[in-house]
Design a protein around this ligand. Sequence first.
Ligand code: UDP
Ligand code: MG
Length: 226
Amino acid sequence: MDGADPCFTVVLPVYREAENLKECISSICAQLGDLGSFEILAVDDGSPDNSWQVITQLSEDNPLVRGIRFSRNFGKESAISAGLAHARGQAVVIMDADLQHPPELLPQMIRLWRDDKYDVVDAVKVARGKESKLRRLMAALFTRLMCRLTGFNLAGSSDFKLLDRRAVRAWLQLDERLTFYRGMTEWIGFRHTQVPFEVKERAGGATSWSYCELLSLGSNAIVSFS
Ligand code: UDP
Ligand code: MG
């Protein structure tokens, strides 16, 4: 590890999160204060609102915040890939920027990595929070299909995960264009452990996924990963 490299990186995929970023980043900093050196890497996935201006401002105010900006909206999977490729930490946490993934979980996830030497800490949804019946049904069907096709149990699985540098390296070596992050982190193996969490309500704004986009995400995952 380079002496200047942080101990861990928190990667935030960002699409239309201008109104949430400030609160999100300050709650993450409040949780990480005593746990070692860290950086926060916000990946602006071509947001049409002023998310990028907010990221720029926050990084000027706080040297621990860095930003990457896409030329257009490529989707959350691409934002996650860019975050993993550019993170400098010995461990990398991926979490949503709308506070639906509770920052209060971070100290526990970091302890499981640092003290108990787990390579991957999977935050698993025990309650899915508020969502429509149709969306819940689509998610359930998708999860069941993916479990059948891949043999991995993805029930409750989320994109909220901590990955040790070894796991990040293995993930990047797969060199996939069309990624399915949740599945690929299972596929690479290593020592996993789980922490349960309840999906909170979105801090502000609305989900960015239309049903069409969810179907496209699902079919990409099935095509690329099964
Ligand atoms: N996101 C992204 N690119 C997109 C859509 C979403 O980077 O094209 C980010 C978004 O800013 C958030 C996370 O991915 O940090 C989850 O998105 P969202 O809250 O819209 O999805 P949901 O929570 O409804 O699954
Ligand atoms: Mg959300």
